[in-house]
Design a protein around this ligand. Structure first.
Ligand SMILES: C[S@@+](CC[C@H](N)C(=O)[O-])C[C@H]1O[C@@H](n2cnc3c(N)ncnc32)[C@H](O)[C@@H]1O
Length: 326
C-alpha cells in the first residue's frame, strides 16, 4: 500500500515535471553519447558511475566523491541528471519513494535494470575487506571508479590504477577540478591487448613480493577471450601467494543479447564502439565454470556470487568471483 502511494505521488510530480525530465534527458544523452564519442573517452566507464550518482541522491549508498566528480565530468551533464530525476527526487524527499532501478534487490533476484547497483555494493564490500589487508592494490581498467580515494587514503597500501589513455587523463583532470585528493595513487596508461602493461606496472614500482589485491570490475567483457585469459595469466605470474583477484563475468547469453532488453543494450554498446566480447557459459554450474578457468592460472575461487538465479528465468546472467593465488 505504501509503495503504491509513493508511486502515485511520483507519477503526479513526474507529469508536472515532464518538460524538465525531457530537457534533462536530452542534455544528459548529448554529453554521454555525442561528447564522449567525440573525445574518444569510454562511454561505459561513464555508464558505470551513473548508478553511484542515483544511489547517493536516493540515500541508498553514500558517494559524495562521485557526485563532486560528475559535476565536472566533461562527458556528463549534472544539470541534465537533476532534470531527469527531479520528480523522483522530490517524491523521495516527500514520501520516501525510491525508483526500482536504484534499489538493491534481494540476492539472486537482480534484474537488468538493478544489477549494477547490486554489483557496486558487492564490489564495495570486497574492496573494503581486502584494502585493509593487503600491501598493494591494482585497479584494472579503473574507468571513473573513485572507491580507492575513500578506501586507501590511510596510505597503508601502494595503489596503482591502470586504464586506457583518454579515459584516464579525463579522470585525472576531473578529479583535480572536483578538488579531490589522489596524490598517493600511481596512474598508468595501459592497453590489456598489449604486452607492455606488465612492464609498465613493474617500471612504476609494482612489487611482485607483496600481497596484492587486483580489482577487475566490468572490464573483461570488453576484451577477446584470449586477452582475458592472458591478462589473468599475467596477474597470476605477477602475484605473490595469497594475492587476491576480484573479477566479474557475464553470461554468454547476456552478451549475445538473448532477450529484447539485452539486445537493445548490445546494440547500444556496439554503436558506442565498446562491444561486448567475452562471456562464460552460465547454463550449468557457474562456480564450476569459473573454477575451471582460474585454476588453470593458479588461482582458487574463494567465493562466487551469482545474479539473477532467483529471478523469472531462474538462470544467472552475471557473477562476481573472489580468487586467491595459491
Ligand atoms: C565499464 S568500464 C568499468 C570501469 C570501472 N572498472 C568501474 O567499474 O567503474 C570499462 C573500463 O575498461 C577499460 N578498458 C576497456 N578495454 C580496455 C583495454 N583494452 N585496456 C585497458 N582498459 C580497458 C575502459 O577504458 C573502461 O574504463
Amino acid at each position: 500500500m505504501l509503495k503504491f502511494f509513493q508511486f502515485i505521488i511520483f507519477l503526479i510530480l513526474q507529469i508536472l515535471f515532464l518538460p524538465f525530465a525531457i530537457c534533462g534527458g536530452l542534455l544528459a544523452l548529448y554529453f554521454e553519447m555525442v561528447v564522449s564519442r567525440k573525445l574518444g573517452v569510454s562511454f561505459t566507464a561513464e555508464q558505470a558511475i551513473q548508478p553511484r550518482w542515483t544511489m547517493h541522491y536516493f540515500a541508498v549508498r553514500s558517494d559524495p566523491n562521485t557526485v563532486a566528480f560528475m559535476k565536472h565530468l566533461p562527458i556528463e551533464s549534472h544539470l541534465g541528471f537533476l532534470g531527469m530525476f527531479g520528480a523522483a527526487l522530490l517524491a523521495n524527499r516527500i514520501c520516501g519513494y525510491i525508483p526500482s532501478f536504484t534499489q538493491i534487490p534481494e540476492y539472486g533476484k537482480e534484474t537488468l535494470s538493478s544489477f549494477i547497483c547490486s554489483r557496486t555494493v558487492l564490489f564495495d564490500q570486497i574492496m573494503e575487506r581486502y584494502a585493509s589487508e593487503v600491501e598493494q592494490i591494482v585497479i584494472m581498467g579503473g574507468g571513473f571508479d573513485l572507491r580507492v580515494l575513500q578506501l586507501t587514503r590511510d596510505g597503508s597500501a601502494n595503489v596503482f590504477e591502470v586504464d586506457q589513455e583518454k579515459t584516464q587523463s579525463m579522470k585525472l583532470e576531473t578529479i583535480q577540478k572536483a578538488g579531490l585528493s589522489n596524490d598517493w595513487i600511481t596512474y598508468i596508461t595501459v592497453d590489456f591487448r598489449e604486452e607492455s602493461w606488465v612492464e609498465k606496472l613493474l617500471e612504476h614500482g609494482f612489487d611482485q613480493t607483496k600481497r596484492t589485491y587486483f580489482h577487475w570490475e566490468s572490464v573483461s567483457l570488453y576484451l577477446e577471450e584470449d586477452v582475458v585469459r592472458d591478462t589473468i595469466a599475467k596477474m597470476s605470474s605477477l602475484s605473490s601467494k595469497g594475492s587476491i583477484l576480484a573479477q566479474d563475468f557475464y553470461a554468454k547469453s547476456f552478451i549475445k543479447g538473448e532477450t529484447y532488453l539485452m539486445r537493445k543494450a548490445v546494440q547500444l554498446v556496439e554503436k558506442m564502439g565498446e562491444p561486448w566480447l567475452y562471456g562464460i557459459d552460465m547454463s550449468d554450474d557457474v562456480k564450476t565454470s569459473i573454477e575451471a578457468l582460474v585454476n588453470e592460472f593458479n588461482f582458487q575461487a574463494l567465493e562466487v556470487s551469482q545474479f539473477g538465479h532467483k529471478g523469472k528465468t531462474g538462470k544467472p546472467f552475471y557473477a562476481i568471483s573472489v580468487c586467491e593465488k595459491v
